[in-house]
Design a protein around this ligand. Structure first.
Ligand SMILES: [Ca+2]
Length: 489
């Protein structure tokens, strides 16, 4: 662990919130949405309706500047589950290897994920649907475990759901991109035929688990009934295909969709590797098709939000909420026409920033507050460990720091001095350092980007050639070099 990281960790722990303590630690409900950018109402989006997540935000702390470590499903998930940066897990692309990072990087074969840490320390650990990588829609249609890491769980439940075969008409919206999973496609499902959707099935299974775990007394000796649970629930929406009930599509008329502003020539100062997901190049969507994709994305978000509501209602009904930490996040963000880019895999703000909401018993004094601290998804591992009283059990090589101090004082405490994200592999790799004010991207072909997010929050002007920013640029280069040096410690 390098000096800078020690400082960061010390900064976090110095205002350590001592967990008030339930006898066996609190339960943890960990909800991960797929491909969800921070478009929630609680993050200021005035179009997309997310009443249930807004409610969770009002009951916990919202992190306004939380960043994924890799803006693609598999690597991001392996990173936050292991608590390690992607260059350490060595998962730098989607991978379906069962065993995940433990198999891909034999040096980590004994490195416990957060799920394994909990289940070997008095918790029952359970997975429903996609937590590590699963192919969407193919893996869900096959009911496949994908790139799961089985040591993380006492029990794991895949869902098997129709996805592209859902009731309704499968409409391809991106003429240049036909591969399901990376194209744009929608299905408007009649409301009375919605119940076979993956996220409804996952919610049903999770509710059944909560009911089982909430029962008084140990009638069956089943799965150490007296133990607290770590229940990880993965939702596949708003990942494509964009499948949602008609009633939600009706709320977002496609002709009223407003695409993000992109100035003429926006991509001219952007390196080639940074714009591979440009509409013109990859998707070929007409303006109407782009509006349809945006509306379908919002319908999918609202549909997913409904399932979060069902989980929260169940915690309330079973009187579990007071004993349960609820964490909601996404594996990465998403471009919805920003810079004329779509989907993930870019290092722009919308693709790397994620929603992050944490509500924990004992931290009610901060309910409804938000934090502007820079935080990373690798912080989840030490955060969950601390909230469950297991900080002393975590491996010494974790890359994150506990957010518990921020849960107690969301506005007073600094987070990391920088957030780090990597994307691509080998000849396509790009790395990003975000500080309080600037974002710096370095691509493997030597091309760079520098954005002053204070003056230019939309990242329209690449300042890499600006003579007045030479010192900033050199400082950011040094920060990235320092970060990479730390990977070899
Ligand atoms: Ca994803």
């Amino acid at each position: 662990m390098n000096y800078l990281r020690i400082l960061v960790v010390f900064g976090f722990y110095s205002v350590l919130g001592v967990y008030p303590g339930l006898a066996s630690g609190p339960n943890v409900l960990f909800i991960v949405s797929d491909d969800l950018t921070a478009c929630l109402g609680s993050y200021g989006n005035e179009v997309c309706e997310t009443p249930n997540l807004d409610r969770l935000a009002s009951e916990g702390v919202q992190f306004n500047r939380a960043y994924c470590q890799y803006p693609v499903c598999g690597p991001s998930r392996a990173s936050f589950m292991s608590g390690l940066y992607p260059k350490r897990t060595e998962m730098l692309g989607n991978n379906y290897t069962l065993g995940s990072y433990k198999v891909l990087n034999p040096a980590l074969s004994n490195h416990p994920s957060i799920g394994e840490l909990l289940r070997t320390n008095g918790y029952v650990s359970l997975r429903v649907s996609k937590i590590y990588h699963m192919g969407v829609p193919g893996g869900i249609e096959a009911g496949d475990a994908g790139g799961d890491e089985p040591d993380s769980w006492d029990r794991a439940f895949n869902v098997m759901a129709p996805e592209t075969a859902s009731p309704g008409k499968l409409e391809l919206l991106s003429p240049k991109r036909k591969h399901y999973g990376s194209n744009f496609a929608r299905i408007i499902v009649p409301d009375d035929l919605i119940e076979t959707q993956a996220d409804i099935l996952a919610t049903n299974q999770a509710i059944a688990i909560l009911e089982s775990r909430a029962r008084d007394g140990d009638h069956s000796k089943f799965l150490r009934h007296e133990d607290a649970f770590f229940l990880a629930v993965g939702f596949v929406r708003p990942h494509v295909p964009l499948v949602a009930p008609k009633s939600w599509f009706d709320k977002y008329p496609e002709d009223e969709s407003v695409l993000p502003y992109a100035p003429e020539g926006d991509l001219e100062d952007v390196p080639t590797l940074a714009k591979t997901n440009a509409n013109e190049l990859k998707y070929g969507m007409s303006e109407l098709q782009q509006k349809q994709s945006l509306a379908a994305y919002y319908a999918s978000v609202s549909f997913m939000d409904e399932q979060v509501g069902r989980l929260l209602d169940t915690l309330d009904r079973l009187d579990l909420r007071k004993d349960t930490v609820v964490i909601f996040t996404s594996d990465h963000g998403y471009n919805l026409g920003h810079h004329t880019l779509w989907q993930k895999g870019s290092l722009f703000e919308n693709s790397v920033r994620v929603p992050l909401l944490i509500s924990a018993p004992g931290f009610e004094s901060a309910a409804g507050k938000s934090s502007d601290a820079l935080v990373e998804l690798v912080d989840l591992y030490p955060t969950i460990a601390e909230l469950t009283g297991l900080s002393h059990k975590v491996p010494s090589n974790l890359d994150g720091a506990s957010l518990t101090g921020l849960l107690r004082n969301p506005s007073d405490i600094k987070g990391h001095s920088e957030a780090y994200t990597v994307v691509g592999n080998k000849q396509k790799m790009g790395e990003s350092i975000k500080t309080d004010r600037f974002r710096y991207n370095y691509w493997v072909d030597g091309k760079e980007e520098l954005y002053d997010q204070l003056k230019d929050p939309e990242e329209f002007t690449n300042l890499v050639a600006s003579s007045v920013h030479v010192n900033v640029l050199n400082d950011m280069r040094a920060k990235l070099a320092e970060k990479n040096k730390s990977f070899h410690n």
